[in-house]
Write a new protein. Structure first.
Length: 407
């Protein structure tokens, strides 16, 4: 059961709407896990809820907030698939990788669809040490480790830069799947043009840039509040239109995607710069875990959210070299703190960008095919870490979690 030569292991219930959904593990961004992290009880409650709504969930880190081991355990408990993430920042990659190794050897990866090394790092460009060369090296390290353990789990990098952008470097040559983020809203496209633009970008990438590899959409969605962008309106009516059009098309055409995102994240209002009023409002459910008006979708023809099939081959040959050994460390105690209360602030925010590297989105392209060539701003949960911050759990191997803590 270790090799991913079969289709995904878990089926969908009749109530499931989505093939995949993104989920954030944070309540805040102070770089103090006792404050920032959702409690184990909230993890459990939200995963139980997600299991009735989506076939798979995608996360952004293994080490932060113990998101990796907790998510792996809970998805296995509730019969879901999981897409993992590790940071691409060379300063923190070894710690996140060590947590991934520990998870793999404790729980196994029987329900893991794939692993992303970073998200939108090339687009943001806010960490000078992250580039195509460093990401290629990290992808190969993960591939080598996984193959040595008998797994063919796909490894990739997810970004929002144009498909023809030279910053991709050699990443596409070594990654196992082509995965990208796409948001018509940030390009100022009216909701009626959202799906045609999305389709044009997808098929252009599949034909001209994916090098024959599977094409997966890492993030896609429409905000329900904040401010408008060009012809794109941020409200529940427009979000519902795009959600319905995209999901029904994707489910019917076997498109693999992770919708952005399951729950609103109010902490982003003040922590990610001028785009905070938008970025906090991408949830299909409110922060209090109640559904928004359009979330309970039923497509005509009853198209189900089928389980995601897993690619069976690796894109590159991995040399049979030794794998770095993970030191045995004592278990880190997880603070049993209650969930931090997030104030219900208004959708207005300062125009100051702050520490988040936010760039202005380009003009709306004239054709759908051009969409794939255009950089798109795509908000995510992997905001750059301050270099001087004392990150817990993922700073290095000294912080490695003994996953046996959760058994």
């Amino acid at each position: 059961m270790k090799l991913f030569t079969l289709l995904a292991l878990f089926g969908c219930t009749a109530a499931q709407v989505l093939r995949g959904v993104n989920w954030g593990h944070r309540l805040d961004q102070t770089w103090n896990d006792a404050i920032d992290c959702k409690s184990p009880e909230q993890f459990e409650r939200e995963y139980k809820q997600m299991s009735t709504y989506a076939s798979a969930v995608k996360i952004y880190s293994c080490g932060e907030c113990l998101a990796g081991p907790q998510s792996l355990k809970l998805t296995q408990k509730y019969g879901m698939q999981l897409f993992l993430g590790v940071t691409a920042d060379p300063k923190y990659f070894p710690g996140d990788f060590a947590v991934l190794q520990n998870m793999t050897e404790t729980y196994g990866l029987s329900n893991v669809l794939g692993i992303s090394v970073g998200t939108e790092d090339l687009y943001r460009g806010d960490v000078p040490t992250i580039n195509a060369e460093s990401i290629v090296s990290q992808i190969k390290q993960l591939q080598q480790y996984l193959r040595s353990k008998g797994y063919s789990t796909p490894v990739t990098h997810v970004d929002a830069i144009g498909a023809d952008d030279t910053r991709w470097g050699d990443i596409r040559a070594v990654q196992d799947i082509y995965m990208y983020n796409y948001f018509p809203f940030w390009m100022g496209i009216n909701v009626n043009g959202g799906l045609p633009a999305t389709q044009g970008a997808y098929y252009d990438i599949q034909k001209n840039f994916a090098q024959g590899k599977p094409v997966w959409i890492g993030e896609i969605g429409w905000p329900t509040g904040g401010y408008n962008k060009g012809d794109a309106i941020a409200d529940e009516a427009n979000a519902g239109i795009y959600f319905s059009q995209f999901v029904c098309w994707a489910n019917a055409n076997n498109i693999i995607y992770f919708y952005y995102e399951m729950f609103d994240e109010p902490w982003k209002l003040t922590k990610v710069g001028a785009t905070g009023p938008i970025e906090q409002n991408f949830g299909l459910f409110y922060f209090n875990e109640t559904a928004k008006s359009f979330a309970n979708l039923q497509c005509s023809g009853g198209q189900p959210a089928k389980p995601i099939p897993v690619p069976t081959t690796s894109a590159v040959q991995i040399p049979a070299t030794s794998v770095v050994q993970v030191p045995t460390t004592s278990a880190v105690q997880v603070p049993a703190t209650s969930a931090v209360q997030v104030p219900a602030t208004s959708a207005q925010a300062s125009a100051t960008v702050g520490n988040s590297a936010v760039s202005e989105t380009p003009a709306k392209p004239s054709t759908s095919a051009a969409v794939a060539q255009t950089s798109t701003f795509a908000p995510d949960n992997t905001v750059a870490r301050p270099q001087s911050s004392a990150m817990s759990l993922v700073i290095g191997v000294s912080s490695l979690i003994a996953v046996a803590l959760f058994i």
